[in-house]
Write a protein that binds this ligand. Sequence first.
Ligand SMILES: NC(=O)C1=CN([C@@H]2O[C@H](COP(=O)(O)OP(=O)(O)OC[C@H]3O[C@@H](n4cnc5c(N)ncnc54)[C@H](OP(=O)(O)O)[C@@H]3O)[C@@H](O)[C@H]2O)C=CC1
Ligand SMILES: CCCCCCCCCCCCCCCC(=O)[C@@H](N)CO
Length: 341
Amino acid sequence: MLDSFTQSVMLLLVAAFLVAFVLLLYMVSPLISPKPLKLAGAHVVVTGGSSGIGKCIAIECFKQGAFITLVARDEAKLVQAKKEIEKHSVNDKQVVLCISVDVSKEYRQVENVIKQAQEKLGPVDMLVNCAGTSLSGKFEEIEIDRFARLMEVNYLGSVYPSRAVISTMKERRMGRIVFISSQAGQLGLFGYTAYSPTKFALRGLAESLQMEVKPYNVYVTVAYPPDTDTPGFTEENKSKPLETKLISETSSLCQADQVARVIVKDAVQGNFNSSVGSDGYMLSSLTCGMSPVTTITEGLQQVVTMGLFRTIALFYLGSFDSIVRRCMMERQACQKADKTD
Ligand SMILES: NC(=O)C1=CN([C@@H]2O[C@H](COP(=O)(O)OP(=O)(O)OC[C@H]3O[C@@H](n4cnc5c(N)ncnc54)[C@H](OP(=O)(O)O)[C@@H]3O)[C@@H](O)[C@H]2O)C=CC1
Ligand SMILES: CCCCCCCCCCCCCCCC(=O)[C@@H](N)CO
């Protein structure tokens, strides 16, 4: 056995080694983290840019001097959004271009739209895939066609535009691609059997793509917003099961401009992960899995907090299960009362 003096010296050496190691990591970290993208004069394409989070992302980029292409289906909504965005111009050269297309139908159509946009405003520096829609309901009550349709819009609707811009980005050795997932893309919950998988799918796409394009200095960001006050959210709430409402209330309701600011900041910095609020932070840390890490600080935080956040998560899961059980019992009680009436 070693005497206690030798033991203390060894402990001290190990601690010193660890500190030196972390310091070294920090010293080389500027070498591995990406250079921020300059939005002034950049061409940013925002799908779903005519409403909600997408529109706010376009405004945020416009405020920083970017040229914008908005992509969505409804032309009237596009024109309206263009007017709103133009109010925030910082110089008189800035342009907002609108193109109407369904991003989920035909790859060739989407490719043409991107070509048109590049001819007018130059190569795309940043693509934000925000076109999407949500739907909640019990698994057996969701019309069967909706599963495929949701996958088309939320998943393929992000694949097509990304596929159309990626080659030019790789050639230019620069670019950003942003996917808008959701907190429902980090955990599955009651009512989201059709929606959650489309948002999980984006994470798989983003991780794989990031590994391919990182050597070309192209950076991918996945955003996981919580419930956000948008026209889409209002629509979703019209048919949301009580369970889904109660469980979702665990996480705060955010404003679209606040969510957009965070997403744009993370995309500019080239962060893989983008989350809002304290529950967003916990969820992202807890579910980081094998996703790429952008800064040493992020990696260290994940390592240190993982166990603690899992412990907290177990309590949340317990409370979600009891919400579901309570709702079921209340429904059964109502049905019984109805029968005896
Ligand atoms: N609001 C929320 O609580 C949250 C939203 N999200 C995600 O953020 C994204 C935006 O949501 P939000 O701002 O609420 O949605 P909105 O419904 O307010 O806006 C959706 C936008 O996408 C466009 N769009 C929808 N389908 C298509 C399509 N097939 N082709 C082209 N454009 C399309 C819409 O225009 P048009 O209909 O004219 O085509 C509109 O511009 C979605 O992917 C959503 O899942 C994630 C987490 C939370
Ligand atoms: C350490 C663990 C912390 C756990 C916190 C858990 C919080 C769960 C809340 C989930 C809310 C789901 C929002 C979906 C938003 C969305 O995508 C739709 N509104 C689309 O319109």
